[in-house]
Structure formats: structure tokens, C-alpha cells
Design a protein around this ligand. Structure first.
Ligand code: FES
Ligand code: FES
Length: 157
């Protein structure tokens, strides 16, 4: 059984007919070709599939595409100005905040939402925020440094 789903992703409107059992993660990746959203556990544990719904992080593997109808999302493809990097991406680049990159889109989006509420976080607060997204490679140290640097780059903190 299919239903029509209309969403706005990264300020662009989409309309697609989808199977009612299709997850939002698969919808973004396979129907909208936004493959920066990664899928790991598909059980809400690893956080790799995180996207922003009205600016707040959610697990896109736990939401059905049909539940997304009429909603507005941001994926990692929508973070940067066209052809460039946003301040978090710049900081990840400079501070080696990634290795394989599998967790990176989710961490960038989670950090993006976090910095809106906590513009000047401590390293401890950043570590707490990262608890919901698993990274198998980095040990988190350089991720924390990158987010800290991005947060404090504009205010000399
Ligand atoms: S793939 Fe969604 S939380 Fe792991
Ligand atoms: S950089 Fe490989 S999982 Fe985080």
C-alpha cells in the first residue's frame, strides 16, 4: 500500500508516493537521493540516521515516511552554503574530527542543534551531548575539540 508524502527538506519541497512501511531514513536516502543520512542499527541506538525535524534531532530510522508528511527537515546536505562548509564542518576538517565519516553527518546535525541552545559549551557539555551518537573510530577526542573550536571561534572563548 502506498501513500503520497509531501515534505520540505533543506528548504526544498518534495512529493513522492511511498510504501507505508518505508522508514524516513530509507525515504531520504532512496527516494530523495539524500544519502548523507546514514543507516546503522535501524533500532534507534546508534544515532547514525539523525536528521533535524523543525530544528530538533530525531532518529530517522524510527519514523515512517508517511509520518513525515507535511513536516520540515534538515539533513547534512542542507548544513553548508552551496559548494562550501559551515563552521562546524570547517572545524571537523581542521581538527580531524572524523575518520571513516559514518557517524559524521549525524554528529554535525546534533551539534548544530545543540550549539543553537548552548552557544558556548564546555568540553564536558559537548561530551554529554555526544552520548546519543556512536562513533566507532575516533574515541571522540577530536570531535569534542572540533565542536569546542567551532563554538568558541566567533567569541574568542
Ligand atoms: S540507524 Fe537509526 S539509530 Fe541507528
Ligand atoms: S568516524 Fe567512523 S564511526 Fe565515527
Amino acid at each position: 500500500m502506498t501513500r503520497t508524502v509531501r515534505v520540505v527538506v533543506n528548504d526544498r519541497a518534495y512529493e513522492r508516493s511511498v510504501e507505508v512501511r518505508r522508514s524516513l531514513a530509507d525515504f531520504l536516502r532512496e527516494d530523495l537521493d539524500l544519502t548523507g543520512t546514514h543507516v546503522g542499527c535501524e533500532h534507534g541506538v546508534c544515532g547514525a540516521c539523525t536528521v533535524l525535524l523543525d530544528g530538533e534531532p530525531i532518529r530517522s530510522c524510527l519514523m515512517l515516511a508517511v509520518q513525515a508528511d507535511g513536516r520540515r527537515f534538515t539533513t547534512v546536505e542542507g548544513l553548508a552554503p552551496e559548494g562550501g562548509l559551515d563552521r562546524l564542518q570547517e572545524a571537523f576538517w581542521t581538527h580531524h574530527g572524523l575518520q571513516c565519516g559514518f557517524c559524521t553527518p549525524a554528529i554535525l546535525l546534533t551539534a548544530h542543534a545543540f550549539l543553537r541552545e548552548h552557544p558556548s559549551p564546555s568540553r564536558e557539555e559537548i561530551r554529554e551531548m555526544l552520548a546519543g551518537t556512536l562513533c566507532r573510530c575516533t574515541g571522540y577526542h577530536f570531535i569534542v575539540e572540533a565542536i569546542h573550536a567551532a563554538a568558541h571561534s566567533g567569541n574568542h572563548g
